[in-house]
Design a protein around this ligand. Structure first.
Ligand code: FE
Length: 185
């Protein structure tokens, strides 16, 4: 892995050694991530491969204590995620192309989803999710000419933890574990 990515991981590791609160952590993580995605010359080709059938999530780094993980998301043309949550803090940095995230909340009585704001990220931009800030969203490729790639950082081994996807009509949650996309041989 390149020096830029190693610098990012070292910065995150140093940050987490301080055991910051989420409110303390996110601005620093966001600044480190903004620095990382300011240049699109470090991501290995192996972690940038798109699949015509589904979006891909390649593990770039998992902290030995699972305090954080880093993933490259590769969105092919027209691809989007289900409506899902994270259950931990997350930071999203746009590296290549663009993606639109749409936030949802749940009606406390009916459990139905209420669509909130959408934000389209362009290269170099960073956004956050967390149970504190708003944790339910859907993400789609906003570029109709190319695959888009964003770098995500989460406060856990995100591929291994149980989260929820939500039915768009009823808002009913279902458990899911995302895993990671295997690297092509
Ligand atoms: Fe997400």
């Amino acid at each position: 892995m390149s020096g830029k990515f190693e610098t990012f991981v070292a910065g995150m590791t140093t940050l987490l050694e301080l055991k910051p609160s989420e409110a303390e952590l996110l601005p620093v993580c966001g600044a480190l991530l903004e620095h990382l995605v300011a240049d699109d010359d470090w991501l290995p080709d192996s972690h940038a491969v798109s699949n015509p059938d589904t979006y891909c999530q390649y593990l770039l780094y998992r902290d030995p204590e699972a305090r954080f993980s880093v993933v490259s998301f590769v969105w092919g043309l027209g691809q989007e995620s289900p409506i899902h949550d994270h259950r931990v803090w997350g930071a999203i940095g746009m590296l290549r192309g663009s993606e639109t995230g749409t936030a949802f909340s749940r009606d406390e009585e009916t459990g139905k989803l209420i669509e909130g704001d959408s934000l389209t990220l362009e290269p170099g931009m960073v956004d956050f999710v967390s149970p504190r800030l708003g944790d339910i969203h859907r993400v789609r490729n906003a570029d109709d000419t190319q695959a888009s790639i964003s770098i995500h950082v989460y406060g856990a081994d995100i591929g291994a933890i149980e989260r929820r996807v939500y039915d768009p009509e009823t808002g009913d949650p279902s458990p899911f574990v995302s895993g990671y996309t295997p690297l092509a041989k």
